[in-house]
Design a protein around this ligand. Structure first.
Ligand code: NAD
Length: 454
């Protein structure tokens, strides 16, 4: 498989993909390895994962460069991702033992009642390319912590990063028969779906996620899906500083080129500050520097997948045909690289694809609303339910809006944020199940109830 640099369209490296034979052998190896891994103490497993964290910290620059070369993520953002994901390791250190150790629920009378959290076994981690550190850690670190072996399938657009994970996990002391990489595209993912595994943890698009859930349903093993979003942000007229609100909203929409599951994908602004907000927003976005992701100061690199350019073009054309106004951007760039200018459209409506379908790129629509009721109705008018944000000086008013939204995450005066302390979960077409928080630790276990009579 050729690994292509999206900034130059040059082949960086050719790597060997897995086939049916290698997948079978690796799965067999993981089944044996998992038995021994589950028997070592939680503390020992935590120490190995901490060592992995140290190895990553020691090589931030090299790891960030690998990530930039295969995804086009601007180098500064790649560094932020490599170091930022460390908070998962801290969370594991501080919480792993607490949530995985045996619990004595009752010991009164003749019967002692206990819960033991056993690992699931060998689990598949089929992953996405947009934040391979964050979304990979959310699954494979927590799965390993709980005593599982992991069949990690990096996205075909982040394979080199996936192979680095394997190298560093092995070096840290995770046995080679406890973590394996399965390299390739959809066909290798399919082979994992056919394998006899004990759980499927998927991060990616709604389309693939739904397919996976249907395909593995007869196995009756846990399936978790972290899928896409069409995340709304509502700016109320009482914000302390309209310009600052616009700057923050733009960062939420355009960081990582808009290729975040929780990127702001739609903006609603109260009509009384609409013009001021749009003016500040457009001037902020127009100031973004687009170009070589290795260059210091670049905020907008190429999009990772060439196919996404056609999606962005279609959303812009559809919006303009239906009456939207193009404020800035709206086209690709001449020459090599999968570049798309950061794009802002106003005068948009929910009849446009731009306001309904996940864009996953540097493009945003801004719509004016009359009041909170209209904002709630538009924010909920989506098949997705990942995150939603409200900017306002009034917490109670913001909470009244957030309480009415069907999303897994709600933000007041912030957006595009993930914390290991809180559950990461999507509603509707945004997913099924939970990663992170104590619930995301337990997600990789199966409880066993002991009734122990003296
Ligand atoms: P994708 O669905 O195209 O691919 C995801 C993974 O599934 C890849 O590893 C791919 O090789 C594999 N795959 C594809 N077809 C398969 C099949 N038939 N059987 C088994 N595996 C298969 O998604 P993507 O483009 O990698 O990721 C982008 C999407 O991921 C966006 O929608 C984004 O919002 C979402 N995402 C969600 C979260 C979250 O936490 N909710 C995080 C990151 C990304």
């Amino acid at each position: 498989m050729d690994i292509i640099n999206p900034a130059t369209e040059k082949v960086i490296q050719s790597i060997t993909t897995d086939d049916r034979l290698s997948v079978g052998k690796k799965v067999q190896k993981l089944k044996t390895g998992q038995q021994a891994w589950s028997k070592i103490s939680i503390e020992e497993r935590i120490n190995i994962l901490l060592r992995f964290g140290e190895l990553v910290e020691e090589q931030v620059e090299m790891l960030a460069e690998v990530l930039t070369s295969e995804t086009g993520k601007p180098l500064e953002q790649a560094r932020n991702e490599v170091t930022g994901a460390h908070n998962r390791i801290v969370h594991i250190k501080e919480n792993g033992t607490r949530w995985l150790r045996k619990e004595t629920i009752s010991s009164e009378g003749a019967v002692t009642e206990e819960i033991v959290y056993e690992p699931l076994g060998v689990v598949a981690n089929i992953s996405a390319w947009n934040f391979p550190y964050n979304v990979g850690y959310n699954v494979f670190l927590y799965a390993l912590l709980a005593g599982n072996a992991v069949a990690y399938k990096p996205s075909e657009f982040a394979s080199l990063t996936g192979l680095k994970f394997r190298e560093l996990l092995w070096k840290a002391g995770v046995p080679e028969d406890v973590f394996e990489c399965f390299v390739g595209g959809a066909e290798v993912g399919e082979m994992l779906l056919q394998a006899d595994l004990d759980g499927y943890f998927f991060t990616g698009s709604y389309r693939t996620g739904r397919y996976i859930a249907q395909k593995v349903a007869p196995k009756l093993v846990p399936v978790q899906l972290e899928l896409g979003g069409k995340d709304p942000l509502y700016v109320m007229e009482d914000v302390a500083d309209v310009k600052q609100a616009a700057v923050n909203a733009a960062e939420g929409a355009f960081y990582n080129n808009g290729q975040s599951c929780c990127a702001v994908e739609r903006i609603y602004v109260h009509e009384t500050i609409y013009d001021a907000f749009v003016g500040a927003f457009v001037s902020e976005v127009a100031s973004y520097s687009m170009g070589d992701p290795l260059q210091k100061g670049t905020f907008i690199g190429p999009v990772t997948r060439k196919e996404q350019l056609a999606v962005l073009q279609d959303q812009v054309q559809d919006a303009i045909a239906l009456g939207a106004e193009l404020k800035t951007g709206g086209k690709g760039k001449e020459g090599k690289g999968y570049y798309w200018e950061p794009t802002v459209l106003t005068n948009v409506t929910h009849h446009m694809k731009l306001m309904q379908e996940e864009s996953f790129g540097p493009i945003i629509g801004i719509q004016s609303v009359k009041n909170d009721t209209e904002a709630v109705s538009l924010m909920n008018d989506t098949s997705y339910g990942l995150t939603a944000a409200v900017f306002s000086a009034d917490k109670e008013r913001a909470m009244r809006v957030l309480d009415q939204l069907s999303t897994g995450t709600a933000y007041w005066n912030c957006c595009d944020r993930v914390s290991p302390n809180l559950p990461w979960t999507g509603r509707k077409n945004s997913g099924l199940g939970v990663t992170l928080s104590y619930q995301g630790i337990r997600a990789f276990t199966q409880p066993k109830a002991y009734h122990l009579k003296r």
